[in-house]
Design a protein around this ligand. Sequence first.
Ligand code: C2E
Ligand code: CA
Length: 253
Amino acid sequence: MLRLDDVRVALSKDRVVPFLQPIHNIKTGELYGVEILARIIDAGENVISPDLFITELEKSKLIIPFTLTLMRKVMEMMKQIQIQWKCPFYVFFNIPANMLSDPALVMGGRYFLRNTHKEIKPVFEVTERIKISTHPEDVRIIKSLSADGIPLWLDDFCTGHSNLDSLKTGLFSGIKIPGELVKNNSVKNLIDNIHLSLNETGRQLHISLIAEGIETLNQLNYIKREGIDLAQGYFLCSPLCGSDFSDYIKKFY
Ligand code: C2E
Ligand code: CA
């Protein structure tokens, strides 16, 4: 495990880097976007996965400069990519629920939106390891994000605090379905419950779905049969460093 001080040092030494995992539209064959996954490069040039630092980091305010650093680096990467952006390309950042209304993060999201190509759209995917704030001022700020063009998605649906009650808040445009639910063949059940729950609250929201953790062709075919068009996972593509991603995306343009 890394200590918070190690993360602080990594930030000061410019050793926090974004990896990008493609999200595919399996119906059209287009690239829908990417999820940004943080990595720390240690002094021996080893790539350290977030499992070794993210839980502690998310409890600390250090997650704010950490996330802003990732946003800045992704912005720089996107500017370097030599393609003609021709349809919306969604960039999903992981944001802990309790930090969503932080003014610096909100400003960071808006800055990203204004300073990248108009087809590049930031999305905040909310990890509810810590519950989302229901304080009216926080809810007002969170709602303003979506209104400004930064949609919120629920990450790791049905884990942590993330469940149908979170969906009923009306704050979210989409849901990321964890790989475990795909492996258990529980996707149909989940979709039925989502529809039921939205009907109950009288909302006619359109909720988009991404199935994560797709590792096999069978799993891909299964989610297709269940009507899910957006997918992410090792079977499609692993998280890539910036230069590999820049090569990868060119195949789609
Ligand atoms: P997550 O949000 O659930 O992200 C998906 C994790 O599954 C990533 O692990 C990804 O590399 C991995 N993955 C992708 N495809 C597959 C697959 O087909 N099978 C399996 N078994 N795993 C797959 P990673 O990169 O180690 O990240 C772990 C967690 O750390 C993430 O889980 C996310 O909650 C958190 N995290 C990563 N980057 C950030 C960040 O910048 N900020 C915050 N707050 N959390 C982050
Ligand atoms: Ca995620």
